[in-house]
Design a protein around this ligand. Sequence first.
Ligand code: FE2
Length: 283
Amino acid sequence: MPISMGMPIRTLAHLSDLHLDLSPQSDASARALVEALQAEAVDHVVVTGDLTHQGGHGEYHRFRDIFAPLLDTGRLTFIPGNHDRPGDDAGCAWMEGNKVRTVETPGLFLVCVDSTGAHNRNYFASHGALSHAELDAVDAALEAAPRGALAAVLVHHHVLPLPEESFPERLATLLGWPHAAELPLGAEWLTRLQGRCDLVLHGHRHVPRERVLEGAGGRPLRIYNAGSSTELGRFRMFRHSAGRLQGEPSWCRSSVPEQPRTAGHNVRPALQYLVAQIGIALF
Ligand SMILES: [Fe+2]
């Protein structure tokens, strides 16, 4: 860990949307990401949901196996995404029954927010949901952020409108369905976070994005979508010291090149979900 002006410079890596599906390809992509994280000696790693592709316990166990070097050393924080809720509902237990909880590590204060809901048990209802009570809970959590720590909110779903990335998303928006929309209270939430928080880190959409909003007291609020780290073969790394970001984040590449997923990656589980629902209805 480098030292600058007497204060250590720490690193934070942001990954998301691993969509581990037990295939050799997704295993190899995830293992390569962990190797890159270890090579960078990253201080802490966050994964903002959709760790699994179908919410299976087997997929989650594969995640724990591959990311064990980071989990076993207390350097990994993760939250659920909509893909972690169908199937076995592996993601249901990850927040221990809380919609909002905090994690403190040296120089870092993380507010973990669960934007998934029971509606995500339906494979097709992929949108997020947050209530005013949950925004209040985030406010209260940030009150406890220590001075001198970088404050980051982790949430799976996007908080601002983003371009649709697939035909089903375009169709849902065209029909006025909520499936591809940003969090309904997203804009209000960001207004509440400005000046009180440094980072909002999310995923859900697979193309990386970033946005900077001015905040009170010269404390900007930076919003980053990691994209799908296994698909991209890369992740952002932030450097911070004494509660301040040090420059712009950098992209770190793994040894596995970018490999865009085909539509079939989502069609297969969608068909499996439909068959299971028909089975339940008939029997
Ligand atoms: Fe998602």
